[in-house]
Design a protein around this ligand. Sequence first.
Ligand code: ADP
Ligand code: MG
Length: 323
Amino acid sequence: DNTINKIAAGEVVERPSSIVKELIENSIDADSTSITIEIKEGGKSYIRVTDNGNGINPEDIQLAFLRHSTSKISNPEDLSRVLSLGFRGEALASISAVSMVELITKTEDNNIGKSVEIHGGVLKEELDVGAPKGTTIIVKNIFYNTPVRRKFLKSEGAESANIGDIINKLAMCNPNISFKYIKDGKNIIKTPGNGDIKSTIYSIYGKEYTKSLIKVSYVNDKFRIWGYISEPSLTRGNRSNELFFINKRYVSSLILSKAVEDAYSSLITINRFPIVFLYIDIDPEDVDVNVHPSKIEVRFENEMIVVDKIKSMIKKRLLGENL
Ligand code: ADP
Ligand code: MG
């Protein structure tokens, strides 16, 4: 099957944070407006993602756990313009092969929900249950059946930090979705889900960031750049708060980071980094999302023009010019 051949089979379950990412992306693809993520012990013993999205039809549940089964692509041409986040159809299959998964789901059209339990890829239980519309997936005891891989998991703190980072980024590119993150019983963040970037930043990064933000924007007929940058007085010791989103997807790009840093270079102390939340909207046909299986490093048309525009836009704003 050509569709399958065109899809690079990447390893999706490396660590708890990669599971959290796949589950949240599935919730986003299912048109959820509210997503709750709960983890325990860095996600090693427990990950729960609950959404209020479309749910899965009872007859499609088992299919969803099969490798290369995706409801999101039906022919090879679709691949070049996939807008949904997941399209390889292997996340649930891979996750359920190495952990104990419980899924509870209900669609609008069904009166009753379904619950299934799958341990190490084997269906253990299937029940009718009362449930609200949406899907809950609980992933317990990652790598319980592959002890060597379990040993290679990082410390609880390191795994939690990674999970927090992924949730922040997904929340920042989906301001219309309310994200709630609970870690070891404690509420960590709750974003408003009202579409507003500034209040989303406030709910994740706090008051200090929000106070020092400067709005930026640039538009031409090929692309649009917009978002917030920090006053030069508020900096970080690393690049972790230089965030770029292309077509609502987080991307890591040294080229874009350098462009931003270049614009700040005369105003910021050496070895310090600005805080930026920059969104680039561009024709999806011009973006190559498949450069890397983790879908983070991207290439796009007009990269150098975008870089130039970012530099001049930021320089102007830092000099106090109006939008
Ligand atoms: P992919 O996202 O690449 O299609 P996955 O293995 O992540 O593959 O998911 C398989 C299928 O299960 C999806 O195509 C979708 O139909 C269904 N699914 C998974 N999670 C959810 C969810 N939270 N809500 C609705 N459907 C879901
Ligand atoms: Mg998926």
